[in-house]
Design a protein around this ligand. Structure first.
Ligand code: ZN
Length: 175
């Protein structure tokens, strides 16, 4: 296993639209292991392949309190969504920034397992939010894109300032 480097804003590679996973092979399984280890190491609850500069449609997440229930979604697609929920989000690729984002409250997702088999699942709560956040990464989208232009400028300034100071506080829910 290996800890992978996580791309950070404003890296243009975060804007890449990921292509479907086609080969369910050892290389894919290795990537899933490395992404899962990287997510735990960075204290995140989700990580999309895009964030580690692999532009394929897969993501890992773990929204359990005990942080011992990793989940993998390969080629995920949301087939139904309902309601709306606002939650304060953070992102490993946008360090130190938190902002409220509205997303669907409940989603039905289809995806594939590492062996290529398909599954369908209903998600709600943090699990649904995290999945939607990570799926945005696969389309080159970041949570700060949902903010108003004024707030986006504030985020940019904060990031510039922050990079000059070391010793950031530990984030809460980083996706
Ligand atoms: Zn993120």
């Amino acid at each position: 296993m290996a800890i992978l480097e996580i791309l950070e804003i404003p890296d243009a590679r975060l804007r890449t639209i990921a292509r479907p996973v086609e080969a369910f092979d050892d290389e894919l399984r290795q990537l899933i292991e490395d992404m899962t280890e990287t997510m735990y190491d960075a204290k995140g609850i989700g990580l999309a392949a895009t964030q580690v500069d692999v532009h394929r449609r897969l993501l890992v997440l773990d929204v359990s309190e005990s942080q011992d229930q990793p989940r993998v979604y390969i080629n995920p697609e949301i087939i139904e969504s309902e309601g709306s929920e606002t939650c304060e989000e953070g992102c490993l690729s946008v360090p130190g920034i938190y902002a409220e984002v509205s997303r669907a409250e409940k989603v039905r997702v289809t995806a594939q397992n590492p062996d290529g088999s398909s599954f369908e699942e209903n998600l709600d709560g943090m699990h649904a939010i995290c999945l939607q956040h990570e799926m945005d990464h696969l389309d080159g989208k970041l949570f700060v894109d949902y903010l108003s232009p004024l707030k986006q400028r504030m985020v940019t300034k904060k990031l510039q300032k922050q990079r000059k100071i070391s010793g950031q506080k530990t984030p809460q829910a980083v996706l």
